[in-house]
Design a protein around this ligand. Structure first.
Ligand code: HEM
Length: 139
């Protein structure tokens, strides 16, 4: 990674910069909704879509509040639902590399729908690939 990009990423990590750049709770709610809209429409995501409940209302809401805290904003997930760890929360699902890639593809497409600078989109996708890999429980 170039020094410039490294500096930019370090800036994103300061305080609640990520939360603010992602549009606060309103922007992150849109991101989570776009993410699930993409998942519903993308053939590559059919398998992970069918792992979810038929009604995606709670999935949309939970992803939005979780991402708030993950992006260094208020921990809305813990406030509403209590503490949560990603790997155990996904342990009942069969998530391998293909499922992880499908999830990240949905996120990449959802990020592209936001009014975020391209470098910030790329930063978020790279950041989210870490927890996505943590949710993987098979090759
Ligand atoms: C790696 C691929 C992933 C797949 C296939 C996946 C799939 C799912 C599914 C099917 C559910 C619903 C579970 C249920 O209702 O029983 C779920 C819940 C959830 N996922 Fe993921 N997920 C992935 C990665 C992630 C990542 C990277 C994040 C956050 C950065 C995340 C955040 C959440 C949250 C917050 C919930 C709600 C948990 C709860 O309160 O029940 N997921 N996921």
């Amino acid at each position: 990674m170039s020094d410039n990009l490294e500096n930019l990423h370090a800036q994103y990590r300061e305080g609640d910069t990520q939360f603010r750049m992602a549009g606060g709770i309103e922007g992150i709610t849109k991101l989570a909704n776009d993410f699930y809209d993409v998942m519903e429409s993308l053939p590559e995501a059919r398998k992970i879509l069918f792992m979810h409940p038929t009604d995606l209302t709670m999935s949309r809401e939970k992803l939005a509040v979780f991402l708030c805290g993950y992006l260094d904003g208020p921990d809305r997930y813990a406030e509403k639902y209590g503490p949560m760890q990603l790997a155990p929360a996904h342990a009942h699902l069969a998530i391998g590399t293909a499922e992880k890639e499908a999830w990240l593809l949905c996120m990449e497409k959802a990020l592209a729908l936001q009014d975020y600078p391209r470098e910030f989109q790329e930063f978020l996708l790279k950041r989210l690939s870490v927890p996505a890999d943590r949710c993987r429980n098979r090759p």
